[in-house]
Design a protein around this ligand. Sequence first.
Ligand SMILES: [Zn+2]
Length: 303
Amino acid sequence: MVTCPPVVLGDVEITRVQEYAGPSPATPSFLFPDSDPGYWDGNASWLDPGFYDAASGTLRSVLHTWLIRSQGTVILVDTGAGNGKERPYAPVYAHHNTAYLENLRAAGVTPEDVDIVINTHLHVDHVGWNTRLAGRDWVPTFPNARYLIPEPDFLYWDPIRMPRPPGDGNQNVFEDSVLPVRRAGLIDLWNGEHRINSELVLQEAPGHTPGSAVLRLDSKGAGALFVGDILHSPVQIISPDVNSCFCEDPAMARATRRRLLAEAADRDLLVFPGHFGGGSACRVDHSGTDAFVIRDWADFARI
Ligand SMILES: [Zn+2]
């Protein structure tokens, strides 16, 4: 069981709920084909061990949920890979048996306590705990929650509307982690902007996927952006034109990343990506050379 003390911004409390943190088989040249292959070893002094393992030449994998308590509402941002899923073309996410729900309970939250589940997008590693296996059926893990899903992603990842190419890593994901929630009547699709309360609003931030979303937090002058996979690695802060190989629209992904990083730098916003190790969330500044630098890390226990 992993526990992680929260960070407080204004009246909002944010806790990192771990699903997995450890080795990954992925190399930088696979996940970030745009990146300079020499950059990773050349910057191992700060990338290793939080983000990169120089000894093996592979990336560090981190899967977690951001647990937000705001105005009495319990909110989960992204739900990892889930346990027991069949992922024939993404074996790294298949047949997990992690202590995610125990870690959530250690943060004081049972599945029944969750009011809102946010999927920033519908990739395999962001919707897994939307459902759990009950007998032979996938059922909603959070039976009292409303699940907020960007409609462009809901339409894009539905294999009936948009057949996926052979070998697609997102195979089965819509069927086992989205449709059971839809059938239970728990999904609210949204477009453009969706306000949750006076402190939190979802806005579209397309590029990584057509419906990728950013969650904005504003409480008593403290601000944050939950950016999902607009940032996979801090290398994309230093080099904002570096996409992951899973960015569906490369040009739009770069533009969205630059727009959000500039806003975070201008407005002193804490940035919460989906998969950062190390301090997990950070503030950024303009570099002065059309890119960005990491100013400081949030006060989370380092992973
Ligand atoms: Zn992801």
